[in-house]
Ligand binder design. Structure first.
Ligand code: NIG
Ligand code: FE
Length: 408
């Protein structure tokens, strides 16, 4: 599956997969020279000198691009998982000091080494499930030192392991405990983000994007606009957690600010859908959250596609709402719960996700000049990737022409 052609993909073009039967990929110095019919590729002069690797009739896809993760955190929240099963809601747990604040407490107490070790193990799991590029958000530090610690770890991990990590600053995840219950607590925290953290991030070149959790119990629309506008002035492109628990108008804000991505979208209305459809903001859907939280109100994916929005898919890997590194599982959920076809889901998880990270010229499809980032699947038909669920059929993952994971 080459996914060759224009990006981003809307409507019917989500289903144009560029399938090649008996195909081959020719790569040199980490980049693709050709991807197409094996006989044609083999005829190229560079192919004569190439080392051949036979994948035995398996299916090759571009590596998955996971455009929404909260990679760095200290621990799971399995105890809250159990409370939720017994009937407590995500927001009730958060109001009692659990939720994101629970993860913040744990992260602040964790050493750099422990955080790095946990993230490195997670990155290996991402690679084992066919992901070759991922976005990572800060947001469990929520003070100057801890947020910078997370963003610096993004950079170190980017340099020390094969997956590419795109760094996002999510200082506005929630208002930290030390600012709560005081007059203007949220405003004072935002001032800290704007005056102290943003300049440090820019000087250190520590993030490309700025995200805000705009929702009930997190930040208001006005606060989100204030921070994202400042971040944009500093050169950080906006992303948003929008309409997850309630409708706040965050989607319209994302469109107005020309955000790279607007994520979650469970509670969008028709006007929000029209706004996204007319924009270049990617509507990133995260069905792992509703699945893990046991909620039934999945985002209106079909309406978004039919209206013409650029739909993307991501894991939202995080300890509170979506503890998974598996894009194949997200594809399974997208097919059965969002009614995407396997073709649409695959496009959303590769080229459209790459577009949301400003990397659609480098990754997300198998085309000459792009990075040789791909995954080989132990299936006969690409539709079997979401069809089989809760298991890993990835056989091999390659990043920039190097094998980074292989099934034993
Ligand atoms: O994307 N919604 C906000 N952030 C995360 C959840 C974070 C957490 O619960 O730790 C999300 O769902
Ligand atoms: Fe998230």
């Amino acid at each position: 599956m080459t996914l060759r052609g224009r990006s981003p993909r809307r409507g019917d073009s989500l289903s144009k997969l560029g399938l090649v039967r008996d195909g081959a990929v020719l790569a040199c110095d980490g980049k693709i020279l050709a991807a197409g019919h094996r006989k044609q590729v083999e005829r190229l002069p560079a192919a004569k000198r190439a080392e051949k690797f036979d994948v035995g009739g398996r299916v090759i896809l571009p590596g998955f691009v996971d455009s929404h993760t909260h990679l760095i955190h200290a621990a799971s929240r399995a105890e809250e998982y159990e409370l939720k099963i017994q009937g407590a809601s995500y927001e009730e747990i958060a109001r009692k000091g659990g939720g994101i604040l629970n993860s913040v407490k744990k992260l602040r107490a964790a050493t750099r080494e422990a955080l790095k070790g946990r993230a490195a193990a997670a990155l290996s799991e991402f690679a084992a499930h066919g992901t070759t590029t991922l976005e990572a958000k800060s947001g469990y530090g929520l003070d100057v030192a801890s947020e910078l610690k997370i963003l610096r770890l993004h950079r170190e991990l980017n340099e020390e392991q094969p997956l590419e990590i795109v760094s996002t600053f999510l200082g506005a995840h929630v208002v930290p405990a030390e600012f709560r219950g005081k007059p203007d607590g949220a405003e004072r925290y935002l001032a800290l983000l704007i005056e102290k953290l943003l300049p440090e991030i820019v000087i250190g070149d520590l993030a490309e994007y700025c995200d805000v959790f705009c929702d009930r119990g997190a930040f208001t629309l006005a606060q989100s606009k204030q921070l994202l506008t400042k971040a944009k002035e500093h050169g950080l492109a906006p992303r948003l957690h929008a309409e997850q628990l309630s409708r706040t108008g965050a989607t319209q804000l994302a469109v107005e600010l020309e955000a790279a991505s607007c994520d979650h979208l469970e509670h969008v209305n028709d006007a929000d859908i029209r706004g996204l459809a007319r924009s270049d903001t990617v509507a990133t859907l995260l069905p792992g959250c509703d699945f893990h939280l046991g909620l039934k109100g999945y985002a209106p994916a079909r309406k978004l596609i039919e209206a013409g929005a650029i739909v993307g898919l991501a894991t939202d890997y995080n300890p509170g709402t979506s503890p998974t590194m598996s894009m194949p599982m997200v594809l399974s959920l997208a097919c059965t719960q969002l009614q995407l076809t396997p073709a649409e889901a695959t496009t959303a998880a590769t080229i459209n996700a790459a577009y949301s990270l400003g990397r659609d010229k480098a990754v997300g499809s198998l085309e000459p000049g792009k990075q040789a980032d791909l995954a080989v699947w132990d299936v006969e038909d690409y539709r079997e990737i979401p069809y089989y669920f809760g298991m890993n059929l990835c056989w091999m993952t390659m990043k920039r022409g190097e094998i980074i994971w292989m099934k034993d």
